[in-house]
Write a protein that binds this ligand. Structure first.
Ligand code: C2E
Ligand code: MG
Ligand code: MG
Length: 250
């Protein structure tokens, strides 16, 4: 563990972390409107590592906040780069519970968006209810602060927590992302279809924009469009790729 902590610290200083981007498609216009930044570690010996292989260790090593700062800065710089190239593309960034309750969060968001001169509308913070479980008051404050700046907040992995409806009532998010475990079962399970139908209706009744993740087939995409889901993400549309290989660019 000690070795891993040292390695992770070194990785941050040495620039071994990279962001891949997975585009998100608007199901009405069929255009890519944003891309989710997903963290990878280009390990010098072990190759490209996924978050499941290092994120928990990074959080335990107290690196959630510095790593999150790097992710945010890199993602915002990417927005500026796309804007300069004439691409109207937002970025979704995943925030961990320690980042969402970090007292410096809003100042950092202001500093970064000003430094890179981007439109705050293009920043979308993805969070899970675990942040609210950890520190509800600060999380709600920060979600409101983020929204006040014109940025968006998405409740990620919706439907998998043990009391998602409670958090939907308490968290002033403006988007809801249906967890991929539902999308995957859409085709074969009428129960899942009914649940996704109900979640999309609920989400819209609350005035939230609805996204589905984990779209792996044409059938998933057609069913989500039929149910009125606003946007979609998944391997069928594009896996996460380095920024230069995004489908809108190639
Ligand atoms: P998430 O935010 O729910 O991201 C979706 C995950 O599903 C990503 O895995 C993505 O590569 C994968 N995925 C996308 N489309 C499909 C599909 O069609 N089928 C399947 N089976 N999977 C799909 P990844 O990149 O391994 O990330 C896993 C989790 O790690 C993320 O889940 C997020 O919770 C966390 N994470 C990733 N990047 C960051 C980051 O920069 N900061 C923080 N705090 N967490 C991150
Ligand atoms: Mg996410
Ligand atoms: Mg998810």
């Amino acid at each position: 563990m000690q070795g891993m902590t040292e390695e992770l610290r070194h990785a941050l200083d040495a620039g071994e972390f990279v962001l891949h981007y997975q585009p998100k498609m608007n199901l009405v216009t069929h255009r890519f409107i944003a891309a989710e930044a997903l963290l990878r570690w280009q390990h010098p010996h072990r190759g490209l590592l996924l978050p499941s292989e290092f994120l928990e260790a990074a959080e335990q090593a107290g690196l959630a906040v510095p790593l999150g700062r790097w992710v945010l800065e890199t993602a915002v710089q990417q927005i500026a780069d796309w804007t300069a190239k004439g691409l109207d593309l937002g970025v979704c960034v995943n925030f961990s519970p320690p980042e969402l309750s970090n007292p410096a969060l809003l100042d950092h968001l202001d500093e970064v968006t000003t430094r890179f001169g981007i439109d705050p509308e293009k920043v979308n913070v993805e969070m899970t209810e675990s942040a609210a479980v950890t520190d509800l008051e600060t999380t709600v404050d920060h979600v409101l602060g983020i929204r006040r700046r014109g940025m968006h907040v998405t409740l990620d992995d919706f439907g998998t927590g043990y009391s998602s409806l409670t958090w939907l009532q308490r968290l002033p998010v403006d988007m809801l992302k249906i967890d991929q475990s539902f999308t995957r079962r859409l085709g074969d399970h009428p129960q899942t279809y009914a649940i996704v139908d109900a979640v999309i209706r609920l989400s819209h009744a609350l005035g939230l924009v609805t996204i589905a993740e984990g779209v792996e087939t044409a059938q998933h995409l057609a069913q989500l469009a039929e149910l009125g889901c606003d946007s979609a993400q998944g391997y069928y549309l594009s896996p996460p790729v380095p920024a230069a290989q995004l489908p809108v660019l190639v």
